[in-house]
Write a protein that binds this ligand. Structure first.
Ligand code: GAL
Length: 677
């Protein structure tokens, strides 16, 4: 198996964070101290220049790279490398003043004033030109600098702009997609309420005081926003790649962020990076937090099926949660190693040194305002860094997963804007995580795939609430089952196509009715205090939120409703189709049925964890492999010690000692174990 390195010139785990020497130009003593502390913290990578445009170009066309020159030189001399940012996430005031079109326009047509960040229009030709210019100059200046490791393109792209430039670009994008207004009107079903468009200029983005109910418009606008952001990002990337074609590019994402289909951006990037700030509490509730975080890490890894970067996390607390609790001792190491367990090759922070003033002065950092290495947080960071230094064997390794959960941004957007069901809380994320939890607690690796992924590499594909399915996607799912795959779908499957038009001829549509061997005639949305009972092979379970009224058309019935007017109708089915099986869960359960079924399927398919011992509550094991060895991260998320036992003779990766038999894991402890594959 070929390893994938972020940058092969530095085959080590990266440890470090956002570093803002531009804020400390009048304190050379502090800048010098930073380098000493970087080494003491066992950090080897700092991200520089993320919001530094005003320092780099204080007046239009007048550049000053002195702070960056010194930072890159100093970091390199201290043994570090640099993740170098393009500064487009925030701009100097002169730029906003002279070219107001660069500022974002709100949905009500008002234009933002200068301030904050991430406040620019992605369509503005002037903004694109100014960004390309500063990016090019940074790239030219540092193209041969030995510290330069990765380009950090902008920062957390997101948000929407409703200016005339953006509206024009949206209409052009639609024209390119649909070619004719007739095709667009059909796809969006605009005869409804007399909304037929007779000229492209009549089309505006969806807005609360305008069009809200044209689902196809809503979905296309979201896709367009991804397209336009990606287009802006591509222009940024072109500017640096023209000078440094071999330096990898990334942009920091935000997990399942609603506003962008990250898989579209991913295609333009060499490596995925992610920012994550879970609400660790220091209680048993952290087990849920860990599951949510793991699911996000798996998404990031799967986007390119290669290691990703944890670009931002906090070593202690944030400043923007409602309650900014400290991470308890040990929690930082646990969370960071969890990220590596799921495929990250970096642990980076926001931020390396706390800024003295402004909006993030009280956000956690490696170096506190106190300024020394004598803080609890600093010591924990340094200890983690010391462990990471011993993990070179892990760098570039992959994750072998036989289970996949399908997540598609377009599907989520389509479902969430659908007028029906539980109007405001469709809970697709909750449903996905309900499945994910069953795999997590059994130490099973999971990929989080898109409809474009190759399904045949998985034995089990779970596609919860896959509401929007095109005919082509339906055929692909059918072929997967036909060839021997096991597919699990749930209520709301394949109700509409890729433009949100309802599938005719009975649900699930897109050809899936025969794959599942069922007809879903109606969907009953329950009030929050309603429930039904379902008789299953594992005993009676509760049905909440959604109960679909199925007819088995060849499928075997696994579970039936026990009450209400549809008592006796199928609530879960399985159908043999070709060489595979298609399972359908017609109701939302509170977890027990999903868990029992996933356990059954894992057994049927002989899918096991790479760790052989039973995993107690709150303990899990995820693995990476280089093809010859398996590296297992055995982690205890409990606030109490936990006992496990293994029949395998493992070696610890860090010091090669042998581990076998009974193991007691301390609270928050991670053991990193190795065996031959
Ligand atoms: C991120 C952002 C950073 C910093 C951090 C604070 O979203 O990219 O610049 O603001 O949050 O947690």
């Amino acid at each position: 198996m070929k390893k994938s390195f972020i940058n092969p010139s530095f085959p080590h785990l990266l440890h470090g964070g956002d570093y803002n020497p531009d804020q400390w130009q009048d304190r050379p003593d502090i800048l010098a101290e930073d380098m000493r502390l970087m080494q003491l913290a066992n950090c080897n990578a700092l991200s520089v220049g993320i919001f530094a445009w005003a320092s780099l170009e204080p007046e239009e066309g007048k550049y000053d790279f002195s702070f960056m020159d010194k930072a890159l030189d100093d970091i390199y001399k201290a043994g570090g490398r640099v993740v170098l940012a393009t500064p487009s996430g925030a701009r100097p005031a002169w730029l906003s003043m002279k070219y107001p079109e660069v500022l974002r326009t709100n949905v009500d047509g008002s234009r933002n004033t200068h301030g904050m960040r991430h406040n620019h229009c992605y369509s503005s030709p002037i903004y694109r030109q100014k960004v390309a210019e500063i990016n090019r100059r940074i790239a030219e200046r540092y193209q041969n600098h030995p510290a330069l490791l990765v380009w950090h393109i902008s920062n957390e792209y997101g948000g929407k702009c409703y200016c005339e430039n953006c509206k024009r670009a949206f209409r052009a994008w639609l024209q390119d997609k649909y070619k004719t207004l007739d095709a667009l009107n059909k796809a969006w079903w605009t005869a409804f309420w007399s909304h037929t468009y007779t000229a492209w200029e009549q089309i505006d983005p969806p807005m609360d005081h305008g069009e809200r109910y044209t689902n196809g418009l809503d979905l296309d606008w979201k896709r367009f926003c991804t397209h336009q952001t990606t287009d802006f990002m591509k222009a940024e990337i072109r500017a640096v790649k023209a000078v440094t074609p071999n330096v990898p590019v990334t942009t920091n994402m935000m997990g399942f962020y609603h506003g962008l289909d990250y898989r579209v951006l991913a295609k333009e990037l060499d490596v995925i990076s992610n920012d994550i700030y879970p609400t660790w509490r220091g209680t048993q509730a952290d087990i849920n937090t860990a599951i949510d975080a793991a699911f996000i890490h798996d998404l990031c890894r799967t986007m390119k099926h290669q290691p990703f970067m944890l670009m931002e996390s906090t070593p202690s607390h944030v400043n923007w949660h409602e309650y900014n609790k400290l991470k308890r001792p040990g929690a930082h190491e646990l969370a960071s190693l969890q990220t590596i367990a799921h495929g990250a090759d970096t642990v980076q922070y926001f931020q390396f040194r706390k800024s003295r003033g402004a909006g993030e002065q009280f956000h956690g950092a490696v170096i506190d305002h106190e300024g020394s290495e004598n803080t609890r947080v600093f010591k924990e960071v340094a200890a983690l860094g010391a462990r990471m230094k011993q993990l070179d064997a892990i760098v570039g390794t992959k994750t072998a997963a036989r289970v996949a959960i399908l997540h598609d941004w377009s599907n989520r957007w389509a479902l969430e804007s659908a007028q029906g069901f539980q109007l405001k809380h469709k809970k697709i994320g909750t449903t996905q995580r309900q499945f994910y939890r069953s795999f997590w607690k059994r130490g099973i690796n999971v990929d989080v795939i898109s409809p474009e992924d190759n399904f045949t590499r998985y034995d089990l594909v779970v596609a919860p609430m896959l509401y929007s399915v095109s005919d082509a996607q339906g055929q692909k799912l059918a072929a997967y089952v036909e060839q021997g795959g096991t597919l699990v779908c749930t209520y709301t499957t394949a109700m509409v196509d890729e433009t949100t038009l309802a599938h005719l001829g009975g649900w699930p549509g897109a050809g899936l009715r025969r794959v599942f061997g069922i007809w879903n005639e109606e969907i009953d949305t329950l009030y929050p205090d309603d429930c039904n009972t379902v008789q299953t092979p594992f005993g009676n379970v509760k049905a909440v939120d959604y109960c679909e009224l199925l007819h088995a058309e060849g499928a075997e019935v696994i579970a039936t409703y026990a009450s209400d007017f549809y008592a006796g109708m199928p609530a879960a089915t399985v159908n043999r189709y070709g060489k595979g099986k298609a399972y359908y869960f017609a109701f939302r359960d509170t977890g027990d049925f999903t868990d029992a079924m996933m356990e059954k399927l894992l057994n049927d398919l002989n899918i096991t964890s790479d760790f052989d011992g039973a995993l107690p509550h709150g303990v899990t094991a995820h693995s990476r492999t280089d093809g010859e060895n398996v590296f297992v991260f055995l982690q205890n998320f409990n606030t109490e010690a936990a006992n496990v036992s293994t029949a395998t003779a493992w070696q610890t990766v860090e010091n090669g000692s042998t581990v076998c038999g009974a193991i007691t894991l301390k609270p928050y402890e991670t053991l990193i174990l190795k065996k031959e594959r």
